[in-house]
Design a protein around this ligand. Structure first.
Ligand code: TMP
Length: 210
């Protein structure tokens, strides 16, 4: 049986990577292979593209170039990682996918949404997630988590994280509208509590797929 493709979306600091790890562990306990990946990333080439996109010391890409870099990485990830895994029956858990592009490059950067969607469809051959979790925490909590992570890992905010408040407000509105437009695929998850509470909500939401 074909595996399931589950994506995790949300603003910076909403806990996606932790939840992916917890869900992968639960699936493994049930004997289901779980492939964890992230966007942009997931292959050697894509990790290099990720660096190009995020690094502010290099020449900053114009908005269309940024879009196409994300989509170049997506095309590589879909063919090299996602489709082979789904075909062998594994579940793929991806930290971000197409909804990030719609929210960040469409709503955030203001690129024409019809063109963004068409280009995305071309890049990933029409593949869409079976289910998408939109992890929601309030803006102050997300900012606190992001700062704590930066301090713990010695990271500094990347080029996209440094974009102004207006950009991030447009992204939040974008995710809201995307979720409202596709309620069957995009599940909003309150991620403001403990990681275990959030994991429990996610687990309940995938019961029908097991
Ligand atoms: P992160 O994985 O550390 O959250 O970094 C990915 C960054 O790239 C994050 O700021 C969201 C952004 N992004 C886009 O702008 N468009 C996309 O299509 C994707 C996948 C990510």
């Amino acid at each position: 049986m074909r595996g399931r493709f589950i994506t995790f979306e949300g603003g910076e600091g909403c806990g996606k990577s932790t939840q992916i790890r917890l869900l992968a562990a639960k699936l493994s306990e049930r004997g289901i292979e779980a492939v964890e990946t992230r966007e942009p990333g997931g292959t050697l080439l894509n990790e290099r593209i990720r660096h190009l996109i995020k690094d502010q010391r290099e020449e900053a890409p114009v908005d269309k170039c940024e879009l196409l870099l994300f989509l170049a990485a997506r095309a590589q990830l879909v063919e090299k990682v996602v489709l082979p895994a789904l075909e062998r029956g594994a579940w793929v858990l991806s930290d971000r996918f197409c909804d990030s592009t719609f929210a960040y490059q469409g709503y955030g950067r203001g690129l024409d949404m019809a063109s963004v969607k068409a280009a995305n469809g071309f890049a990933c051959g029409g593949l869409m997630p079976d289910l998408t979790f939109l992890l929601e925490v309030d803006a102050a909590e997300a900012e606190a988590r992001r700062k704590a992570r930066e301090q713990a890992l010695g990271e500094t905010a990347d080029r996209i994280e440094q974009a102004g408040d207006g950009f991030h407000a447009r992204i939040r509105r974008g995710f809201d509208e995307l979720a409202a437009a596709e309620p069957a695929r995009i599940r909003r998850i309150d991620a403001g509590g403990t990681r275990e509470e959030t994991a429990e909500r996610i687990w309940k939401s995938i019961a029908h797929l097991l």
